[in-house]
Design a protein around this ligand. Sequence first.
Ligand SMILES: Cc1cc2nc3c(=O)[nH]c(=O)nc-3n(C[C@H](O)[C@H](O)[C@H](O)COP(=O)(O)O)c2cc1C
Length: 211
Amino acid sequence: MSEAYTTLAASALDTQTAYRLLCGIVAPRPIAWITSVDENGLVNAAPFSSYNYVAHSPPMLAVNIGSRAGVLKDTARNIERGREFVVNVATVHNMELMHQSSAEFAPDESEAQALGLELLPSTQVKPPRIAIAPVQMECRLEHVLKLGRLNTLYIGEVLAFHLSSEVYDGRHVDSVKMQPVARLGGPFYAALGKVFERPILQTPPRGKAPT
Ligand SMILES: Cc1cc2nc3c(=O)[nH]c(=O)nc-3n(C[C@H](O)[C@H](O)[C@H](O)COP(=O)(O)O)c2cc1C
């Protein structure tokens, strides 16, 4: 690695610059394609890549939603009101529809309807699942954390996992078969590249590391 670094004090950065840096650095990011419903049952769908799992007993997922010109995005508003959402896994196979659902549809227009997304009923929450996703997770909102001036972290407990037989063998989800699509910085997405296998280590390795 070159010794020439650019050092930027975060306090001197404007919002867009900080956003651009983080999106380029924290990559690849998995994508939660979230379905939620409004007070009239209108189904909203939108992707969010500031997302990860944050607990496993019970299982919990976290997603960060930014506000748009001081106004909550439809997904955030629906989650705060209904306290339920579904995370559908974004894949190479559903990427085009997922991407199209990120456009700024009016709050009273359903992305699911406009894009012709096939929906499946959920078992424990009102928002439905997106059929083209190989994994869907029904979530109930547990924590809301306002972060700084623009962001809110929504943490949901997973109440049900729906796992397609194409990716789940009864014990493991095969991530390679699932073909997750990830977000990079700017307009770029990525599929899985080379997969490396190493044993899970308990005792520290002794001797020289293999080359
Ligand atoms: C792949 C992808 C990932 C995104 N990730 C986020 C995110 O993590 N947080 C966020 O606030 N917006 C994110 N967006 C933008 C939202 O999807 C976009 O603002 C959308 O219009 C929100 O829809 P809604 O108003 O129906 O909730 C992302 C967009 C794309 C295409």
